[in-house]
Ligand binder design. Structure first.
Ligand code: PLP
Length: 379
């Protein structure tokens, strides 16, 4: 038996919409399907404005441009994240300041942020790991007190909520990813910039259109378009948007299926947690679970290496996750760690992600659970 770690979601409608886009002979950015998707997001997230982008990385880069990040600015974020969270701001010349994570959620420890704030601090970037929210009330209060912006890296957080608010819509700006490893995808790569502060809407449209007011021109608001600001090509093509539209129509099914797999893993492994062999994910009561990921934490790095080997022998593909950014070469040039690093390395070394995707079969989930039990019974 072979159990894949991930399969890109495909619900059946995507092909039809992709074909429709191709036949329309209008497949560049900001087309019909882009509009449909953006309208859907604005309604269902209840937010001011959304813009589809070629990736979450691009959406984060747009956020850094919109906030006028420049050399010397400091940006606060966890070290336990994807490289793009940092690079989007480093590209504008900023210095990254890492803050330790909480072991219970793997999210930035909100109680350690205040100490990291200096006169140079411009932005806090909470990363909602595994789609479980950071402590946003505390983070927003800090931002207000010190006059900072908040950009949510909500790459993994679609359809997840904090005190009833959709993740990505709480900070000034937010970003989703539609990479093939995320809950929904726009044909492999894609992203969304979420704009919650109306002051940014007009300029965001210009930045996405290479620094021109072409979007306004197409709406008939100006009679010709020209160069007005800095920008780049941050548009998603409409064929990819068509694929995404097929997924949005089926998003309830996708979420339900993932959540079902998540619950089955949890039930199947919870007695191992009682025996203290593993730790299972924790969902704080003000947060929802979008089942982006199912991870377990084992005793230490050696145990994790052993269990990955063991599961591989059973045909099961599991992976660890981020190598903390502060331990990388890039961090020597662009970042520093605020205060003591207590949990970031220790907790990330113990973490293991189980197969999780739309359409994961029952027999495969059972095989994963059984193989994990076997590992600990043999130990
Ligand atoms: C996936 C991911 C990204 C990058 O998304 P892309 O769409 O591949 O650019 C950024 N941040 C986090 C936390 C992610 O999980």
């Amino acid at each position: 038996m072979k159990v894949a770690f991930n399969k890109p979601p495909n619900t059946g409608n995507e092909e039809r919409y992709v074909l429709e886009a191709i036949k329309s002979e209008k497949i560049s950015g900001n087309g019909k399907f882009t509009q449909k998707c953006e309208n859907w997001f604005e309604k269902s997230l209840n937010c001011q404005k959304t813009l589809l982008t070629p990736s979450c990385t691009h959406a984060l880069e747009m956020a850094a441009i919109l906030l006028d990040i420049k050399e010397g600015d400091e940006i606060i974020m966890p070290s336990y994240t994807f490289v793009s969270t940092a690079n989007a701001f480093v590209l504008r010349g900023a210095t990254i300041v890492f803050v330790d994570i909480r072991p219970d959620t793997m999210n930035i420890d909100e109680t350690k942020i205040a100490k990291a704030i200096t006169k140079k601090t411009k932005v806090i970037v909470p990363v909602h790991y595994a789609g479980v929210a950071c402590e946003m009330d505390t983070i927003m209060a800090l931002a207000k007190k010190y006059g900072l912006y908040v950009v949510e890296d909500a790459a993994q957080a679609i359809m997840s909520f904090y005190k009833g608010k959709a993740l990505g819509t709480i900070g000034h700006l937010g970003a989703f990813s539609f990479h093939e490893t995320k809950n929904i995808t726009s044909a492999g790569e894609g992203g969304l910039l979420i704009i919650n502060d109306v002051r940014f809407v007009k300029r965001a449209e210009i930045i996405r259109e290479k620094g021109t007011n072409r979007t306004q021109f197409f709406r008939g608001e100006v009679d010709k378009y020209s160069w007005v600001d800095i920008g780049s090509s941050y548009l998603l093509n409409d064929v990819s948007a068509a694929y995404l539209w097929g997924q949005l129509e089926k998003i309830e099914d996708i979420q339900k299926d993932r959540l079902n797999s998540w619950n089955i893993y949890f039930e199947g492994l919870k007695n191992l947690q009682k025996d203290r062999c593993v730790e299972l994910p924790n969902i704080p009561k003000e947060c929802t679970n979008n089942a982006h990921m199912f991870y377990i934490k084992v005793k230490d790095l050696q145990t994790r290496t052993d269990i990955i080997e063991h599961l591989k022998r059973h045909g099961i593909n599991v992976v660890f996750h981020y190598v903390p950014l502060h331990s990388s070469l890039g961090a020597e040039k662009f970042a520093r760690f605020e205060d003591k690093e207590v949990y970031t390395t220790k907790e990330s070394d113990r973490l293991l992600r189980l197969p999780m995707f739309y359409g994961l079969e029952q027999k495969h989930r059972d095989a994963v659970i059984l193989a994990i039990w076997k590992f600990f019974n043999e130990a």
